[in-house]
Design a protein around this ligand. Structure first.
Ligand code: PMP
Length: 418
């Protein structure tokens, strides 16, 4: 890459989206003979060459199982895997690598916390506060825990614009509230609850807090120490990294006190049929052979993002959101759900008289990839009395031209449906 057009320059005055796009090979491909317009990064983001090459390099020259081998290749792989953990630690401002547990993704991380923290710290009658914005991944694990323990789930509603109702949240908090689990950014609407304030208020009644950062970490820098959340979870595949790898951040003293989530190799100090001693965190929560190359690939995705100016990315995404909100909002019969600010570059909408699936199919023929349906967030769809929406979710590589392509595609949908 030529340095004059490099997206890697720090503090570049203008975010060079064309240079960034060249780092993502898939963005140069076509769908149905049309250039790909990828507007589904909220579901899973595309990967830069640096991530693809890092994974290939592991398998070509640096792969072996970790933590076990005395031979050099195993030590190289172990160092790279643990190096990725240290990159995650620095990326989110955790106090030590021991606070970073690699999981399969956000879903597994939340299940781990519900199951393990729940077993150790929660009992029948304790209240867990969620919001109506939550992804199913931050609802169902708590329902499973309710079946096991008899905890009570309380739900914070949203207003007509999709904003988290702080007044209702305040009303729900009480001495029985033991845990609060909320999303940093709604994947279905894009709206962003004020998590710092939510955490502060939860701590005020002695409750621990998990922040679902699956969408949030993609759009803004995160500092878990400044936030003071007890747990923070995210997925590599939405952060321009590989699939199959995610992160659970937990405060050390909490992870220390939590029992294992799964048993197996690599999470023990010693095993006999009479008694097994567990390893300290994070190993305690990483039973079995982990996705080694994917963890290293996540480290490469973090390096890639660190090489960019994240404030410039945020400004670029804000411009995309403003352009999409204005352009789509002007299409007759189009209704946007989730208008409250702040919000991430996600636009969820319906078009009068046209089923979201038909819209998605017609757009696909224009080369435009959007998500349609309930977005694994049925409660918030129900809140607005709709079965689903069309969702355009933007990544750092999207352009204003692509917003225009989406709008033209939607105008075509309107013509077809008359
Ligand atoms: N929470 C949110 C807010 C999400 O957007 C998603 C993914 N759509 C998840 C949780 C689940 O993430 P994963 O499927 O990577 O485990």
């Amino acid at each position: 890459m030529n340095s004059a057009s490099s997206p890697m320059r720090r503090n570049a005055p203008v975010f060079d989206v064309e240079a960034v796009r060249r780092e993502f090979p898939i963005l140069g491909t076509s769908v149905h003979g049309k250039p790909l317009v990828f507007l589904d990064s909220g579901a899973s983001a595309q990967k830069p060459r640096a991530v693809i090459e890092a994974i290939s390099r592991v398998y070509e020259t640096g792969y072996a199982n970790i933590h076990r081998g005395v031979y050099q290749l195993s030590q190289v792989a172990t160092e790279a895997y643990e190096g990725a953990r240290a990159k995650v630690q620095r990326f989110i401002g955790a106090a030590s690598p021991g606070e970073i547990v690699f999981t399969k993704g956000t879903t597994e991380a939340i299940n781990l916390v519900a199951s393990s923290y729940g077993a150790r710290f929660l009992k029948a009658g304790d209240e867990v506060v969620l919001s109506v914005l939550e992804h199913h991944a931050n609802i169902v694990p708590w329902q499973l825990l309710r079946e096991r323990l008899g905890i009570v789930i309380r739900v914070v509603p949203v207003d007509a614009g999709g904003a988290f109702r702080m007044d209702e949240y305040e009303r729900l908090l009480n001495a029985r509230t033991k845990f609060v689990a909320v999303t940093q950014t709604s994947n279905a609407l894009g709206t962003m609850p004020p998590v710092a304030e939510i955490i502060r208020m939860a701590h005020g009644v002695g409750a621990a807090v998990l922040i679902d950062g699956a969408q949030g970490i993609v759009h803004e820098a995160v500092d878990v120490k400044a936030l003071d959340c007890d747990f923070y979870v995210f997925s590599g595949h939405k952060l321009y990294g590989p699939g199959g790898i995610g992160v659970l951040y937990g405060k050390e003293r909490l992870l220390e006190a939590m029992p294992p989530y799964q048993g197996g190799g690599d999470m023990i100090l010693s095993v006999s049929f009479e008694k097994t001693e567990f390893a300290p965190p994070p190993a305690r929560f990483e039973a079995g052979t982990p996705p080694i190359a994917d963890a290293i690939g996540l480290g490469a995705a973090i390096d890639f993002l660190n090489g960019l100016d994240r404030l410039a990315i945020a400004a670029h995404e804000a411009a995309l959101l403003d352009a999409a909100s204005a352009r789509l909002g002007a299409i007759p019969g189009l209704k946007i759900y989730g208008t409250a600010r702040p919000k991430a570059a996600i636009v969820s909408f319906t078009l009068d008289g046209v089923h979201p699936h038909d819209i998605g199919t017609i757009l696909d023929h224009e080369g435009i990839a959007v998500r349609v349906g309930h977005h694994c967030a049925q409660p918030v769809m129900e809140r607005f009395g709709i079965p689903g929406t069309v969702r355009a979710s933007f990544g750092l590589y999207n352009t204003i031209d692509e917003v225009e392509a989406l709008a033209r595609g939607l105008e075509k949908v309107r013509e077809i449906f008359g």
